[in-house]
Design a binder for this molecule. Structure first.
Ligand code: COA
Length: 162
């Protein structure tokens, strides 16, 4: 049983992320979508909402679970008995940051490998920040996130206006 961990801030989970989930399941028997608090990024959505939305967005995949994690990623991966880290690589601009994280994780965890997967080209420009900006200005969201995520973002911004 090969277990992969797909970590991220998921603020919120997008169709690009779920595209990576689908691809990961071709390589791993089970996948854990691991949601980081990541206060450094000052996420919009509280961690419980990000976990809940990731659960909703991945509900049609078998062998996927979603949970929050704290602390070092490599320690979390070991604690779950997982075999590898998955990261999506969209553009050259992602590379430097991803390269640094993967090498650092390998340095501190020995054998642990990071697998990079490319999302479908239709999501190659997508980020959670772009989705939030669209939501803030009332733009269309359904092509980029699942309907439940779109609804939650609209509610969030409508609430913050009133
Ligand atoms: N489709 C769409 N968007 C994607 C994507 C895909 N396939 N893959 C990545 N992204 C986007 C994300 O939406 C996000 O966009 P944003 O910046 O607009 O929010 C961005 O690319 C990358 O963010 P994220 O996936 O959250 O990664 P990160 O660089 O913030 O790192 C962790 C998050 C959790 C992996 C990292 O902080 C971590 O490991 N934390 C634990 C502490 C630790 O161990 N630190 C040492 C590690 S070096």
């Amino acid at each position: 049983m090969r277990i992969g961990v797909y970590p991220g801030t998921f603020d919120p989970i997008t169709r690009g992320h779920t595209d990576i989930v689908a691809r990961s399941l071709q390589l791993f028997d089970r996948l854990i979508v691991a949601v980081a608090p990541n206060p450094r990024k000052e996420p919009l959505l509280p961690i419980n909402d990000r976990v809940e939305l990731a659960q909703i967005a991945t509900k049609n995949f078998a062998h996927v679970e979603v949970e929050a994690f704290n602390g070092l990623l490599v320690e979390y991966v070991h604690s779950r008995g997982a075999h590898g880290i998955i990261r999506g690589l969209r553009a050259l601009s992602d590379f430097e940051h991803e390269f640094q994280m993967a090498l650092l994780n390998r340095k501190i965890a020995g054998q642990l490998e990071t697998v990079f997967l490319m999302p479908s080209e239709e999501y190659s420009y997508l980020t959670s920040s772009i989705v939030k900006e669209l939501a803030m200005f009332g733009g269309p969201l359904e092509d980029f996130v699942c309907p439940e995520v779109a609804q939650r973002l609209r509610q969030w911004y409508d609430g913050s206006k009133s």
